[in-house]
Design a protein. Structure first.
Length: 60
């Protein structure tokens, strides 16, 4: 099974976290919106599900 990699998946988790650094309420100069936070949460849930599936396949 091949997992399609988006630009986000090619970045490391740390780089993505940096992109969405919310320490000062801004996202690298962009205000954090509820929609952006939902997108980020969805993305991280998505990437962890994909990596878990891949990991399970490697074990089998």
């Amino acid at each position: 099974m091949k997992v399609k990699l988006s630009a986000f998946h090619k970045l490391g988790i740390e780089e993505i976290k940096d992109m969405f650094d919310v320490s000062n309420g801004k996202q690298n100069g962009y205000p954090i919106s509820r929609k952006n936070i939902l997108i980020i949460k969805f993305f991280f849930r998505n990437i962890s599900l994909k990596t878990t599936k891949l990991h399970m396949q490697e074990i089998q």
